[in-house]
Design a protein around this ligand. Sequence first.
Ligand code: ZN
Length: 71
Amino acid sequence: MHIHLDKPSLASCPQCKEKKLMHTVCKACGYYKNREVVDVLKDKKSASDKEKQEEEKKKPLTAESLSKKDK
Ligand SMILES: [Zn+2]
């Protein structure tokens, strides 16, 4: 018996046992490879927030520092 496998491979989510595509985040609970990918995204977001803050620190936007830089 020949079964044509033209549909994407499915796996059961280890977290909620929901059928999900392999190599993808489980849409039911947000887990991927026993890790909560939602949590990772949260980390990324806070990291970019930090970057923004750092950038603002680096930029001397006050009139005082600008006049200092002016020859
Ligand atoms: Zn799941």
